[in-house]
Design a protein around this ligand. Sequence first.
Ligand SMILES: Nc1ncnc2c1ncn2[C@@H]1O[C@H](COP(=O)(O)OP(=O)(O)OP(=O)(O)O)[C@@H](O)[C@H]1O
Ligand SMILES: [Mg+2]
Length: 261
Amino acid sequence: MKLEVFDLSYSYSTTPVLKGISLTAEKMVTAIIGPNGAGKSTLLTCIAGLLRPEGKILLNGTDIRKMDRDDFSKALSYLPQDAPSRAVLTVFEAVLLGRLHSLKWRVGEEDLGIVYRVMGELGIEELASRTLNELSGGQRQMVSIAQALVKEPEILLMDEPTNSLDLQRQLELFELIREISADKQITLVTALHDLNLAARYADHIVVMKEGEVVSSGSPNKVLTCEMIESVYGVHARVSVDEEGIPEILPVCSAGRRKNHK
Ligand SMILES: Nc1ncnc2c1ncn2[C@@H]1O[C@H](COP(=O)(O)OP(=O)(O)OP(=O)(O)O)[C@@H](O)[C@H]1O
Ligand SMILES: [Mg+2]
């Protein structure tokens, strides 16, 4: 499914947070990067239909404001940055809730099959009967990811999905997500802070700063020392590994180096 965002602007009360954002994503992994407060989460929340921005968001050419609510919520899964849950549900029940759009009076074989498959792929099947309040932060994050995936959406929005995951799970998660998105032709848009994860797993990177897109394109095009210095105020070395993937090594904060001169 093709996602197009045209000239999107949004203000919380009177403070403009998104200032004319445009981007296109289709059947691939798009990473949105940028410093804290750049507007990444606000942008994803707008695309998820939870805020009313100015401008247009189209799914396969249709304005999301004109889409049937059921069609829209079936097409799109959104994993927010902080998904606190106080509900006393088991992991299995929480993941099954991701299938809410297709659940009838009885839980069907297909729903159960998908729930068990995704829990297995994410390595959380052993947690199935534990309640959410008995999990670690990273385990709860994996449950939220499972909830988003069992919906089998055409567009998957993830806001810093690797938050609270250990190093191995971060890599496994992105390998799995890449596989699933290629296999099921999912358009994935994810906010990320880790530039090396973005370099390795994104096809397309959108760089945001202060509510604007300041650069976009392939990881090789976007992830340069100049961009990292101007957007993050950090001196970094960027080299290219044997697979042609950029590797970023932050050296020091640009401000700090100036002070030390
Ligand atoms: N509910 C809100 N009410 C008022 N201002 C908000 C609200 N949510 C976010 N903001 C402000 O909007 C700006 C953009 O926030 P946003 O959460 O979109 O940034 P972000 O790029 O996702 O940052 P981070 O990397 O820290 O998650 C920030 O200045 C933030 O303080
Ligand atoms: Mg955010």
